[in-house]
Design a protein around this ligand. Structure first.
Ligand SMILES: Nc1ncnc2c1ncn2[C@@H]1O[C@H](COP(=O)(O)OP(=O)(O)OP(=O)(O)O)[C@@H](O)[C@H]1O
Ligand SMILES: [Mg+2]
Length: 470
């Protein structure tokens, strides 16, 4: 364990110095004080892990020094030193919270053992506090899985905004959990007992979105046989989720902006305005800043929506969450199918971790759903994964080939590969063709083309030729 900072308190200079010497020889940082006043002063201004103090100081009596230290920090770690024979005050000091006591005259070994024990205790207490704090800080928003720091940051934002009505804009690639988060925001908010209404602006024909959102009066258009309230009114007191808000056309963007600014809407064909109390959460997988540049999205609406901005990270950027997500979805599909898959094989997990997940969590979920259905063993194996995830390694990777900066000649490479395959196949063309995925005829043609010949044949040819040359 790392040695820590100790404040040594004694009114006798020689005592202080000898203790400092012993402790420093064990790499502890040591500071010294000789009175209660000096101790409290130093203790309040410095960072000490441990105080080692004599009870008998010129400016306090009894356990006075202990009480003063605890007054400045109730959790201080203190070892007291008492004169031989005053065991009663030692017991009392322990009752009041001292970690340990030592009797004078001090023994080097005893001193070091007591200090070491104190530091072990301190580190346990620190670890305990750290874990407790972590537990309090780390909370999961309903059933959204995310231990990754970026998800934890998002959960912290959700917690912070739970009682506000500020508009939220959630952006992120498809399948990253935008809708799931929107629901979590609603169900973690003071509005949770009021409705959550959702509309997907990309999935509904433009002509219908307006009446869906704002409702209509009887006779507002052909077919409007009765009055109908829109989602803004239906979500009264609750949350309206505008999914794929980047797909709204400019006309509707204007109407939406007005509704958000004025907190009032007017049904189609109506003349009265209705006051609305709705929290809007919008989501998009488009880059709205770029849509603004292309004049496809109103900048004023963007700022109105983007009061609180949440960016869902793509799954490939939070790979540490993959194992938890995998077991979460296995449990889910075990329940759905009545199967009892226990997990995934090492090989399958490696594939999951290596894959880039363009479809994010949704794609991971459907891969698990499929694998649970296909799996005939207790655990999901690499063979149960969709082919895009379980791709065979590329030939270049198999060969461990990196192209040199100056490049290579494909022609030369082919010649060498064929030569190598022939060598490995004992110069049996049929065998080598198989190794290279070629037909016998194609390989024969390429052998001719590259002039590849079995070396012992060349040698015997030369042997015949040599005498002629001489
Ligand atoms: N962190 C997560 N924990 C558990 N399940 C998740 C998580 N993120 C997403 N999912 C699941 O993945 C699927 C896709 O999530 P969701 O529909 O919220 O994504 P999206 O970002 O709205 O996608 P799109 O842009 O395509 O609409 C859902 O089934 C959802 O339950
Ligand atoms: Mg969605």
């Amino acid at each position: 364990m790392k040695p820590g900072n100790i404040l040594v308190v004694d009114d006798e200079q020689s005592q202080r110095e000898i203790m400092a010497l012993i402790l420093r020889s064990e790499k502890y940082e040591v500071d010294l004080a000789s009175t209660a006043k000096e101790t409290v002063n130093k203790f309040q201004n410095g960072e000490y892990d441990l105080v080692l103090t004599d009870l008998k100081l010129p400016d306090t009596e009894g356990l006075g020094i202990l009480q003063q230290i605890f007054r400045s920090n109730p959790l201080a770690c203190v070892i007291i030193m008492t004169a031989h024979g005053s065991i009663d005050s030692a017991v009392e000091a322990m009752k009041q919270g001292a970690l340990d006591y030592l009797t004078k005259p001090l023994d080097r070994e005893e001193l070091l053992i007591a200090v070491k024990r104190a530091f072990e205790k301190i580190s346990l207490v620190k670890e305990n506090n750290r874990l407790r704090q972590q537990l309090q800080e780390k909370f999961h928003v309903s059933n959204i899985i995310g231990d990754h720091p970026r998800m934890q940051e998002i959960f912290a934002v959700v917690k912070k905004i739970s009682n506000s009505t500020a508009t939220v804009l959630i952006s992120g690639e498809s399948g990253t959990g935008k809708e799931l988060l929107a629901r979590a925001i609603h169900f973690n908010s003071a509005r949770k007992s009021k409705p959550f209404q959702a509309i997907n602006c990309a999935a509904i024909p433009e002509t219908l979105i307006e009446s869906e959102l704002f409702g209509y009066e009887k006779g507002a258009f052909t077919g409007a046989a009765n009055r109908r309230i829109g989602l803004f009114e239906a979500a009264d007191g609750g949350t309206l989720f505008l999914d794929e808000v980047g797909d709204l056309n400019l006309h509707l963007q204007g109407k939406l902006l007005r509704a958000l600014q004025e907190k009032k809407i007017r049904r189609l064909g109506g003349s009265d305005e209705t006051v609305i109390d709705v929290r809007v959460i919008a989501a998009t997988n488009k880059r709205l800043d770029q849509e603004i540049k292309k004049d496809q999205f109103r900048e004023d609406l963007y700022y109105r929506l983007n009061v609180i901005s949440i960016q869902m990270p793509p799954l490939r950027e939070r790979g540490t969450d993959i194992p938890t997500l995998v077991s979460h979805f296995i449990q889910k599909y075990n329940r759905n199918t009545g199967k009892q898959i226990g997990g995934v094989s090492r090989e399958a997990m490696r594939k999951f971790l290596e894959y880039s997940w363009p479809g994010n969590v949704r794609q991971l979920e459907s891969s698990i759903e499929r694998a649970v259905l296909l799996c005939e063993e207790d655990v999901i194996g690499a063979g149960d994964l969709p082919p895009e995830i379980c791709r065979l390694p590329s030939p270049l990777n198999v060969l461990g080939l990196e192209l040199p900066p100056e490049g290579v000649s494909l022609e030369d490479l082919e010649r060498e590969l064929i030569y190598k395959a022939m060598e490995q196949s004992d110069w049996i063309i049929m065998k080598a063709a198989k190794l290279l995925g070629l037909t016998y005829k194609t390989l024969q043609y390429r052998l001719e083309k590259h002039g590849i010949k079995r070396p012992d044949l060349i040698a015997s040819n030369e042997a015949i030729k040599t005498p002629e040359k001489v």
